[in-house]
Design a protein around this ligand. Structure first.
Ligand SMILES: *[C@@H]1O[C@H](CO)[C@@H](O)[C@H](O)[C@H]1NC(C)=O
Ligand SMILES: *[C@@H]1O[C@H](CO)[C@@H](O)[C@H](O)[C@H]1NC(C)=O
Ligand SMILES: *[C@@H]1O[C@H](CO)[C@@H](O)[C@H](O)[C@H]1NC(C)=O
Ligand SMILES: *[C@@H]1O[C@H](CO)[C@@H](O)[C@H](O)[C@H]1NC(C)=O
Ligand SMILES: *[C@@H]1O[C@H](CO)[C@@H](O)[C@H](O)[C@H]1NC(C)=O
Ligand SMILES: *[C@@H]1O[C@H](CO)[C@@H](O)[C@H](O)[C@H]1NC(C)=O
Ligand SMILES: *[C@@H]1O[C@H](CO)[C@@H](O)[C@H](O)[C@H]1NC(C)=O
Ligand SMILES: *[C@@H]1O[C@H](CO)[C@@H](O)[C@H](O)[C@H]1NC(C)=O
Ligand SMILES: *[C@@H]1O[C@H](CO)[C@@H](O)[C@H](O)[C@H]1NC(C)=O
Ligand SMILES: *[C@@H]1O[C@H](CO)[C@@H](O)[C@H](O)[C@H]1NC(C)=O
Ligand SMILES: *[C@@H]1O[C@H](CO)[C@@H](O)[C@H](O)[C@H]1NC(C)=O
Ligand SMILES: CC(=O)N[C@H]1CO[C@H](CO)[C@@H](O)[C@@H]1O
Length: 817
């Protein structure tokens, strides 16, 4: 990829200064942030450091920069950094300073969203659980204990950044900081303690004197000098705008799709829609800072995901979960960024005018005294394309699209015309763990009442009892039955999942759904005469991450009753014994040392049963492709590799369409040694570990399509040329398909090539009536064995017009190996 002049300029600075960007003074006016006296139109992307591993950071940031980003945005994860009050941890994936320095070294800015409440689909919204037990605390309100700890941590982070000289005012990359997060969503619940808290948070933050501006997102009344910013998918349509004429319009979260949960299908947002909303925000709201949430989502390792959130986080972002470039999203946005950058001086310093071009069409035109002119032509009509006249020329605008004309003449980009290549990601089994003799198992012990050390006459609240040391809490009752009978038990739970056992045998289970308020399990219970142990395992799938009064949120069992013939017994207020967590967790069976503490047995020795620990070893597959465990044969549980949790899995919770929400679970390469990697799973339902495989993940196919009805702008997309000077925008003589394999891969096969009238698009295609028989041979000649190639849309190139009078398309799909 060619490096644009902007980056070269920054590299120049790196060479001249002591390393990385020199931010300089950051201020703002009603138009934009102003860095070193210059207005800036900035594209930013969210990458959360603990959702990847430090060895991935360099490549993630470099692909972000190639994608045309100016800044990287991250939250700060309080509960990772302060696991106990006053005890701090900034090691490994928590090394935020290393992350920021990596961004700086590559010449990008940083937007630091401290929060420290962050939501972020992260356990407890980032708050450390110990806050729950601070006497008198009320989270996120005008409450002294909360304000004390919030100020303490915010100060800690700001001081740390200052001592590393990371704020732009000190020559570092941080140009913006955020305090609080989407507070307006919950403010009303705090009545009169809300507004003073907002004022306090703003002045506390401002008092830390970072030398760079603060923002509050989704806080329309953010007090001066804090800038209010917008979060959402459609900020051009939903944002009320800056609350002061001297604050710029900032979009801190333009969701690139949406987070995924167990039990629901992935919601995909098209690159065309994102590009449209971004361009609209720039012209409608005078937007000058756009952050993609997420640019790379990554993985929720361990138990860090909040309730029901899958481990694969924003996999549909421009960089996928594994850090692979997701096409065409990444490339389409890269082209948008390049086109906007060509106009940014005119946009930021010119005079805006807008006028109608039709019922649903309008023009935004920016002009400067030096004659520079840039235009955005909008078609709001979602159904029909429009031919419009602008400055004596005709332009064709597809439905719901915006064309960008950096010189008021040439279309450099249209949000609805995707000309970048498509990519297909494949997962291929590299190591199959399909032999029963490589697996061993150990059955978790189902506890009995007599062995419990915690007792209560009430059903205890789950989080307050486990202190988040485990997802699991056993509630056990000893039930004396005079004669054998078939009775019915009813359990109401506010937890996420329940498994009910009587005398060690599972009798029923049930679970709730994302953000619902509990569920009921009702099942027959075979009671023997004498004492029966009723052991109820209440499971959480992450702590809550949002909402007012999180400190009062309750989980776990709410009521238990038994209906025996005509007799009703309410066990809610009766003697209960408790066990926090699993025995296997206590023994740390998932570590090399812990595995010795149990007597494991063959998996053949008996059929699979609930609550089983499995272990095996595997060698790391060769190469450098990212890896994922295929857990499609399992039910629900957690998986560890060499003692590190790769997260909770839940295959058996099916989407409305009958498919599991997530089958593949990312195993970072850095968790592995070359040989004998310990894989341990705790499986709640039984599962079949011989179906598990370690798969490589890679982009195996690339595809390009030029259609006659949708030709890409005839612009050379060499960023170097584009960014240097817009007077150098030059037309290519004819459109081309550019194909490009990922690093270390070459075009090994042409899977499809047709110059003619092929049906469909890159996602699904077939030959049409008109087809140049030479298509494959010609494309093979141009592409086979190469890293990249270009094939022009041209009769001549394909040995003559295969069907005169018919408009021709070109569609090529190639395999990368
Ligand atoms: C934060 O609290 C710790 C004790 O928990 C204390 O040692 C430290 O000085 C406090 N820091 C600030 C900046 O108030
Ligand atoms: C599941 O997805 C559908 C479609 O996107 C959405 O309407 C629904 O609200 C989602 N359900 C939950 C619980 O998120
Ligand atoms: C954008 O800026 C122009 C002046 O350049 C102003 O007329 C217009 O009202 C602004 N739009 C918004 C939404 O603030
Ligand atoms: C969250 O992740 C960190 C490392 O990223 C890990 O050490 C920690 O154990 C996780 N927390 C939980 C509750 O799993
Ligand atoms: C110009 O833009 C403003 C702000 O978006 C809008 O309210 C107005 O209707 C536009 N005028 C025309 C003629 O399109
Ligand atoms: C458009 O054409 C008219 C008449 O030919 C001319 O007067 C006008 O200056 C032209 N406008 C532009 C922007 O070129
Ligand atoms: C209960 O404790 C006794 C004595 O320590 C032990 O022998 C027995 O295995 C325990 N039972 C269970 C189910 O934990
Ligand atoms: C949490 O548990 C403690 C005892 O361990 C109890 O005093 C307190 O009331 C409980 N809090 C809640 C909110 O249940
Ligand atoms: C169970 O109930 C019977 C009859 O009421 C009583 O004789 C027996 O002692 C009870 N057993 C226990 C362990 O409480
Ligand atoms: C059982 O008792 C609890 C606590 O008194 C009560 O909340 C619950 O409604 C009762 N359950 C039934 C089914 O009556
Ligand atoms: C196209 O194929 C025909 C035979 O199928 C061959 O004669 C001709 O040379 C080919 N043209 C090109 C440009 O390869
Ligand atoms: C705040 C906001 O803009 N929310 C939007 C997020 O995106 C979804 C899906 O497009 C919209 O329904 C929400 O209104």
């Amino acid at each position: 990829m060619v490096v644009g002049w902007r980056w070269l300029w920054w590299f120049g600075l790196v060479a001249a200064a002591v390393g990385g960007v020199s931010g300089g003074d950051v201020t703002y006016d009603g138009r934009s942030l102003i860095i070193n006296g210059q207005r800036k139109l900035l594209f930013s992307g969210s990458i959360h450091y603990p959702r990847s591993t430090p060895d991935m950071w360099h490549s993630l940031i470099s692909k972000s920069k190639q994608g045309g980003l100016d800044a990287i945005d991250t939250y700060v994860f309080w509960n990772l950094h302060e696991p106990e009050p006053g005890q701090y941890d900034f090691s490994g994936r928590r090394d935020i300073v290393r992350f920021i320095k990596e961004v700086q070294a590559q010449g990008l800015y940083v937007c630091l969203r401290i929060g420290p409440f962050i939501e972020a689909e992260w356990s407890y919204g980032g708050l450390p659980f110990w806050l729950h037990d601070v006497p008198g605390i009320v989270f996120r309100s005008d409450n002294e204990p909360f304000k004390y700890y919030m100020q303490n941590f915010t100060t800690k982070i700001v001081n740390m950044m200052k001592s590393e000289k990371l704020f732009a005012s000190q020559g570092g990359p941080i140009i913006l900081s955020q305090i609080e997060n989407e507070y307006q969503n919950v403010e009303k619940a705090f009545h009169e303690t809300g507004p003073p808290y907002v004022r306090w948070a703003a002045s506390m933050a401002a008092g830390l004197e970072t030398g760079v501006p603060w923002v509050m997102c989704k806080q329309d009344d953010a007090p001066d000098p804090v800038i209010n910013a917008c979060n959402g998918m459609r900020c051009a349509e939903t944002f009320v705008g800056p609350n002061s004429p001297n604050k710029p319009a900032i979009w801190t979260e333009n969701w690139t799709h949406f987070y995924d949960i167990y039990g629901n299908i992935t919601k995909i947002r098209s690159p065309e829609d994102i590009a449209y909303q971004v361009a609209l925000f720039i012209v409608k709201m005078n937007g000058s800072f756009i952050n993609y949430y997420m640019y790379h989502g990554g993985t929720n390792f361990g138990r860090n995901a909040s309730a029901f959130i899958i481990t694969s986080y924003y996999d549909q972002a421009p960089l996928d979960e594994y850090g692979l470039i997701r096409q065409p999203k990444w490339g389409h946005l890269q082209e948008l960024h390049a086109a906007v950058k060509l106009c940014s001086e005119t946009l930021l310093n010119g005079v805006q005018s807008n006028f109608s071009l039709g019922v649903l069409q309008e023009a935004y035109v920016y002009t400067r005294e030096n004659g520079e002119c840039a235009a955005f032509l909008l078609n709001r009509d979602g159904e029909h394309g429009a031919n419009i006249q602008f400055r004596n020329r005709t332009y064709q605008l597809p439905p719901k699209s915006i064309s960008i004309l950096p010189d008021c003449k040439t279309v450099a980009f249209n949000t609805a015309k995707v000309s970048t290549q498509f990519g297909t990601r494949t997962r291929q089994p590299a190591v199959k763990l399909d032999k029963a003799d490589i697996w061993e198992k150990w059955n978790e012990i189902i506890p009995v009442f007599d062995n419990t050390s915690i007792r209560s006459n009430l059903l205890l609240e789950q989080m307050n009892t486990t202190k988040d040391s485990s997802d699991y809490l056993w509630y056990i009752a000893s039930y004396n039955q005079t004669e054998e009978s078939k009775s019915e038990i009813t359990v109401n739970s506010r937890g996420h999942l329940l498994r009910a056992f009587v005398n060690g045998v599972q009798i029923g289970s049930g679970h709730g759904f994302f953000r619902n308020q509990g569920f009921t399990v009702k099942t027959t219970i075979p009671l023997t005469s004498g004492v029966n142990d009723i052991s109820l395992l209440s499971v959480m799938v992450g702590l809550p991450d949002s909402g007012a009064h999180m400190e009062r949120r309750a989980s776990g069992l709410q009521s238990v009753s038994i209906q025996e013939n005509k007799v009703f017994k309410n066990l809610t207020i009766s003697s209960w014994g408790y066990q926090v967590g699993l025995l296997g967790e206590k023994l740390q069976l998932y570590t090399e040392e812990g595995t010795n503490k149990a007597v494991w047995c063959d998996i053949n020795s008996s059929s699979s049963q609930p609550l089983t620990w499995y272990k095996s070893k595997f060698d790391a597959p060769g190469g450098s492709d990212p890896l994922a465990l295929n857990l499609g044969s399992m039910g629900k549980g957690e998986a560890w590799v060499n003692g590190q949790s790769i997260g909770r899995y839940w295959i058996s919770f099916l989407n409305p369409d009958g498919s599991p929400s997530q089958i593949w679970y990312h195993v970072p390469r850095s968790f592995l040694k070359p040989k004998d990697n310990l894989l341990v799973l705790f499986e709640e339902e039984g599962g079949n570990p011989t179906g598990i495989s370690v798969d490589t993940v890679s982009i195996t196919k690339v595809c390009g399509h030029i259609t006659d009805s949708n030709p890409p702008p005839l612009i050379s997309w060499k960023r170097e040329t584009l960014s240097r000077n817009k007077s150098e925008i030059h037309h290519e003589r004819r459109p081309k398909i550019h194909l490009h394999c990922p690093p270390k891969k070459y075009i090994s096969k042409i899977l499809f090539a047709s110059f003619g009238s092929p049906f469909g698009d890159c996602e699904s295609y077939s030959l049409g009536k008109c087809h140049s028989t030479n298509s494959t041979a010609i494309v093979e000649k141009a592409c086979l064995g190469k890293k990249k190639c270009s094939v022009p849309w041209s009769n001549k190139r394909f040995g003559g017009d295969p069907c005169p009078g018919i408009r021709k398309n070109l569609l090529i799909e190639a395999q990368c190996q």
